[in-house]
Design a protein around this ligand. Structure first.
Ligand code: AN0
Ligand code: CP
Length: 315
């Protein structure tokens, strides 16, 4: 594996999952693999889980880590070409990426979409410029359109808890007070289909995701039908892709609550976190014994460590 930005960088998901469970059982079996190697973690946006779990993963492999909050701790970075840089941005991504590539053997990048211009966001220009100019492997820590380390942790979690070979996995849209990226649902849909699950996606009209990501999943607008017989419910808000970046629905009937969960097959509840209680999910659902959110977050170390282990083999 050279870079890790999506499921398409994974040659064999079954093999990667098998390795993930070995790493989960024995996190220190490759503790010298990354000796004298440095991972740089670059954050254009906030993070709790990704920031801590990815550092921990790198350190479990013997790597050093450096964390930089871009635009806050560093110079503000220009990402467009051909502009006269006479505003507040003192450095261009082209030089910044090349310089960081001289200090780091692997670079993790978190860069959310601006949710204003769909073509600009979906071109993934920030992570792609790091790939182009840094000269070292780049790992997505959530880009404009995907969050593969999260999706991999989600699949590890489902594999851990599933009771049937092909569980029915529901990706359920839920309300939110702010416009959020489509990255988590885009990525989750891709990985869940690749894992061979029966994937159902439910959302109000207008929240259709880009079909590139949902191929192989069933879109079910009837929420009650969609929740019916689900083994796992992955709740998540996202803003509209069609009416780009807009909030179209605030109906709390879409909250992942006990009424919706009662329609399922005693389903496990999942969410990537951070989550807003009683908006996305009710207290009783997230606090129930069926909630997997903490284990999912724990598995973020496993997913990151498995990916870094794989990349370290090739450098
Ligand atoms: C982000 C999102 O929805 O993409 C990060 C999730 C891991 N969430 C928020 O901004 C609340
Ligand atoms: N799930 C996740 O990526 O969390 P953070 O935004 O806190 O990193």
């Amino acid at each position: 594996m050279k870079h890790f930005t999506s499921i398409h960088d994974v040659a064999n998901l079954k093999e990667l999952l098998a390795e993930a469970f070995l790493i989960k059982d024995n996190p220190f079996q490759h503790e010298n693999l990354g000796k004298h190697r440095t991972m740089g973690l670059l954050f254009f946006n906030s993070s709790l889980r990704t920031r801590l779990s990815t550092q921990k993963a790198a350190q479990n492999l013997g790597m050093n880590t450096m964390v930089l909050n871009i635009n806050e701790d560093s110079w503000k970075i220009e990402t467009e070409f051909g502009v006269v840089m006479n505003g507040d941005k003192a450095e261009h991504i082209k030089e910044a990426a090349a310089v960081i590539g001289r200090y780091c053997d692997i670079i993790g990048v978190r860069s959310f979409p601006a949710l204003k211009d769909r073509n600009a966001d979906y071109s993934e220009s920030v992570i792609n410029q790091f790939i182009q100019y840094a000269g070292v492997p780049v790992v997505s820590m959530e880009s404009a359109t995907r969050h593969p380390l999260q999706s991999f942790a989600d699949i590890i979690t489902i594999e851990q808890y599933k009771k049937t070979e092909r569980p029915r996995v529901l990706l359920a849209w839920a309300p939110h007070c702010r416009a959020l990226p489509q990255s988590v649902p885009n990525s989750f849909a891709e990985w869940a289909v690749a894992a061979g699950y029966e994937v159902v996606i439910t959302h109000p009209e207008g929240y259709e995701l880009d079909p590139v990501f949902t191929r192989g999943a069933t879109i079910e607008y009837d929420r009650e039908k969609a929740y019916g017989n689900a083994d796992f419910v992955y709740a998540k808000n996202w803003s509209s892709y069609c009416n780009y970046g807009k909030i179209l629905c605030e109906d709390l009937a879409w909250t992942c609550n006990a009424k919706n969960m009662a329609l399922t097959s005693h389903a496990k509840f999942m969410h990537c976190l951070p989550v807003r209680r009683n908006l996305v999910v009710s207290d009783e659902v997230i606090d129930s014994e069926n909630s997997l959110v903490i284990e999912e977050a724990a598995n973020r170390v496993v997913s990151a460590q498995t990916v870094l282990w794989k990349i370290l083999q090739s450098i």
